[in-house]
Every structure is written in structure tokens, then in C-alpha cells.
Design a protein around this ligand. Structure first.
Ligand code: NAP
Length: 434
């Protein structure tokens, strides 16, 4: 039985940022006054955005208006401060700090803020006994954060990996299914509002890197360490690679992964080939997907929306519900004072398989030179595809390697690039682990 105070309390919610997520949350709470997960009620009392006059889907006159999110965070009329402005620094960070310093619960969807300043914010939150919750920051409404923070603490997580950026997955899916070039699909996605006017955060892999940095901290009980993430986006994925990968039985996906080895952790975002029947390949359009591997729970797979008004507002409501029920957890998996910055995994200890595309001169001995370079690097071939001769005597060759140390694959790329028969820089794409 929950205490009477929890059952009857009216929680005054202050929402800063009224865009896709903030607007969706306010609309939901206004339209569902019965949202009372612990008996008590959640009522939006104050709001803040950049423009007071911008048309909204709800009547802002029914709320107290604040020009400054810090004043909303500090207002005695705000019991729970919800930050939905965005950005790793600036007003979002200052307002979150102001709320936490007063011991006020904070709910946010801001992955950049949590990935880049999570450890210091966790220390501030826990020092003042204030919950800091961010379910909507990763995979939108698909509950990855609570799964790692709460449900997986009884096990030891070995790795988390998946598709965490819907825009990139949409672009790759469209390129494959409609045989379209990257720039063409991106332009259309921007025109339809699926991709931002400045798509760098998405297509450069930075958004996925923010999310996997947060998941790594939750999975392994360490400080988020965005600066150490290795990031490669989808800008260099060509339709040619998508076609060739398909001939070899793969699809290309932008994967985000975090893996533990000894006391090291690697956090990476890069395009990867996944077998066509693999759940990552079967994740199409803007959908997100995540594998969690543990010691006693060997494999969990979750898939669902990663963005959008409805799913993200639902995730924020779930966090508000946690505050209302009085659930208390460390911000990451361990108390903030015990969070350590993880060491990166030494590249020499990393192994994997790779796809290599080469453009070679159509002449006797070219193939022998390629296989010799691979053998010298200690890389053996798993599958091989030679395409018909292109213009001017150029032959595309594609191969996949067996599992080998990544340093050997990099050595092979260097040796291949130096061959006189190889006409372009070899294209390397890693193969996702099964
Ligand atoms: N969109 C998604 O599906 C999604 C999914 C997961 C996480 N997120 C995260 O959720 C957060 C919000 O994203 P969003 O897509 O909702 O963004 P958005 O649509 O661009 O909305 C941002 C809101 O913040 C307000 N704002 C901007 N600068 C401000 C300032 N200095 N002071 C007060 N308000 C300010 C804007 O005011 P005006 O309305 O007046 O311009 C707008 O209402 C971000 O951290 C984002 O990464 C979004």
C-alpha cells in the first residue's frame, strides 16, 4: 500500500520546451487528467519555450508562462522539472542544474546533455536527493533505459548493440528498397521533415553515439564517456555497397555498440553488414532495435519506435510516474560517487570480420597481388565476388574476411591501398557480430 501522501498528492509539472516532445507531453497530460500512476495527479502548471506567440496544439494561457527555463525550474510552483529544450550545453543544462541544486526531480529527453555531462549531473542529483530520469533520451518510447538501469542489475551485461538512429535506418532502408543514392534520399527525408535541416547529428553518427554512450553507462555502471566514442556515420555508404552487400547476403545498417572486455569498454558507431535474416537487417524504416547480452540472461532483443511525439511523451510520463511513486535509483547503475570513467579497449584485442571493396586494374596478376597482400597481413578470405569489368579496364572486387584482429584488417587495407593494381582507396565496412 502506498502512503496516503503519495496517493493524494498533486504533482505540479513545469515543462521547458514545447516542440515535438514537450508539446506532445503537455497535450497528453492535458487530455488525460486521470494520469495518476501512484494515485496522486500530475498537472502541468508552468511552461517555457522560445516563442510565446507561436501557435501550439493546446492553450498556453491555461499555464503560467516563463521566458527563462531557470525560473521555471526554480519556481515554487514546479514540483517536477521537465527539460525538453535540447542541446548539451546552454539553457537546458543551466536549468537542469538549477532544479537539481534545489533537490527537484528532473525528467529530460536530452541525450546530448546526459551523454556529455551525465556524470557531473548525477553527482549533483544524488547529492541533493533529486531523481534525474531520461527514458525518452534513448529509443524514444521503447524502454531501453529502465531495462538496463533496473531490470538488468541482477545480471552482468557483456554488450549492448543495435540501431539507435531512426533517420539513418530510414535512409539506408530507402536506398536499398528503391535503389536510390544517399543524397537523393536524404534530400527527400529533409523535405518531408523526417530529417533535420542540419542532419549532421543524425547522419554523422553523433546522435547514435550519444545514445550508446548513455546505454554503456547504464549497462556497465560507469561514467558516460562520450569523448571516447568512436564514430563513423552513414555519409560514405554508397548504393554500390548496398547492392554488393545484398549479393553477399547482407544489409547495411548504422550500428551502435558498447562492449566490455576486462576493465575496458568500447563504444562505437559505424555502418555494418548484417546477414539479411538477422533482426538488425529486418529492422526497417525509422524503427530502433537493441540487443542486450548478459552473463545469466544470454540475449534480449527489443525493437520499437525511437522518436516521435507519442512515444517520447509516453516515455516522459513513465519517468514522471517513477517520481510520483517515489522510486529511488542511482542515476546510472551505481551511485554517482562510485562511477569511474572506463578505459577504452586496446585495438589490438579487438577482433571482427570485414567487407572490403576494391577497384582493381583489369590485368593479369591483379588478383594474385590482392590475395598476397591479404595473406601478408594475416587476413583470410571468407567470401569473394568479382564483378564484370567496368569502363577503362577497372574491375570491382568485393570480399569478406574471416574473424581476425582488427589491427590485421587495418594492416591489410594499408597494404592493398599501396598496390599499383588498386585504383581507389579500399572501402572497409565491418560485419556486425551475430
Ligand atoms: N523529437 C524526437 O522524437 C526526440 C526523440 C528523443 C529525444 N528527443 C530529445 O528531446 C529534446 C527536445 O526535442 P524536440 O524534438 O522536441 O525539439 P524541438 O521540436 O526543436 O523543440 C524544442 C523546444 O525548445 C524550445 N526552446 C528552444 N530554445 C529555448 C530556450 N532558450 N528557452 C526555452 N525554450 C527553448 C523551443 O521553443 P519554440 O517552440 O518557441 O521554438 C521548442 O519548443 C531534445 O533534447 C531531443 O534530443 C527528441
Amino acid at each position: 500500500m502506498l502512503p496516503d501522501l503519495v496517493m493524494s498528492k498533486v504533482w505540479k509539472i513545469g515543462v521547458a520546451g514545447l516542440g515535438t516532445v514537450g508539446g506532445g507531453l503537455v497535450k497528453y497530460l492535458v487530455e488525460h487528467p486521470g494520469f495518476a500512476p501512484a494515485g496522486g495527479k500530475a498537472v502541468v502548471t508552468g511552461v517555457c519555450a522560445r516563442s510565446r506567440s507561436r501557435p501550439r496544439d493546446f492553450d498556453i494561457a491555461t499555464f503560467d508562462w516563463y521566458d527563462d527555463p531557470v525560473l521555471l525550474a526554480q519556481s515554487p510552483q514546479t514540483d517536477i522539472f521537465v527539460e525538453l529544450i535540447g542541446g548539451s550545453d546552454g539553457p537546458a543544462k543551466v536549468a537542469v542544474e538549477a532544479a537539481l541544486a534545489l533537490g527537484k526531480p528532473v525528467v529530460t529527453a536530452n541525450k546530448a546533455l546526459i551523454a556529455e555531462h551525465g556524470a557531473e549531473l548525477a553527482r549533483l542529483a544524488e547529492a541533493h536527493g533529486a531523481p534525474l530520469l531520461f527514458e525518452a533520451a534513448v529509443m524514444g518510447g521503447t524502454p531501453a533505459v529502465k531495462m538496463l538501469r533496473e531490470a538488468m542489475v541482477g545480471d552482468e551485461v557483456i554488450s549492448v548493440a543495435g540501431i539507435l538512429n531512426g533517420t539513418c535506418n530510414y535512409i539506408l532502408t530507402e536506398m536499398e528498397s528503391h535503389e536510390r543514392a544517399f543524397a537523393d534520399v536524404l534530400g527527400e527525408a529533409q523535405a518531408k521533415g523526417y530529417a533535420e535541416a542540419d542532419p549532421t547529428m543524425d547522419i554523422g553518427g553523433f546522435d547514435a553515439a550519444h545514445k550508446i554512450t548513455i546505454l554503456a553507462a547504464l549497462a556497465f555502471g560507469c561514467a558516460p564517456n562520450y569523448a571516447a566514442a568512436e564514430i563513423e556515420g552513414v555519409e560514405r555508404v554508397e548504393l554500390l555497397d548496398i547492392r554488393l552487400a545484398r549479393e553477399l547476403g547482407y544489409r547495411i545498417r548504422l550500428t551502435a555498440s558498447a562492449e566490455k572486455a576486462g576493465d575496458g569498454i568500447s563504444v562505437r558507431v559505424h555502418p555494418a553488414l548484417a546477414p539479411i535474416a538477422h533482426p538488425l537487417s529486418q529492422t526497417v524504416g525509422a524503427t530502433n532495435a537493441l540487443f542486450i547480452k548478459g552473463v545469466r540472461i544470454p540475449r534480449i532483443f527489443i525493437q520499437g519506435p525511437g522518436a516521435g511525439e507519442g512515444p517520447t511523451a509516453a516515455a516522459c510520463c513513465a519517468d514522471i510516474a517513477d517520481v510520483m511513486t517515489g522510486a529511488v535509483r542511482p542515476v546510472f547503475q551505481k551511485p554517482a560517487t562510485q562511477l569511474k570513467t572506463p578505459k577504452p579497449i586496446d585495438a589490438a584485442h579487438r577482433t571482427g570480420q570485414a567487407y572490403l571493396r576494391l577497384m582493381v586494374r583489369d590485368e593479369a596478376g591483379a588478383l594474385a597481388a590482392v590475395t598476397e597482400a591479404l595473406a601478408e597481413a594475416g587476413v583470410s578470405i571468407d567470401s569473394f565476388l568479382q564483378k564484370p569489368v567496368e569502363d577503362e579496364g577497372r574491375v570491382p572486387i568485393v570480399l569478406t574476411t574471416h574473424e581476425v584482429a582488427e589491427t590485421k584488417i587495418m594492416d591489410a587495407v594499408t597494404r592493398l591501398a599501396a598496390l599499383p593494381q588498386v585504383l581507389e582507396s579500399p572501402r572497409l565496412i565491418r560485419i556486425a557480430r551475430a
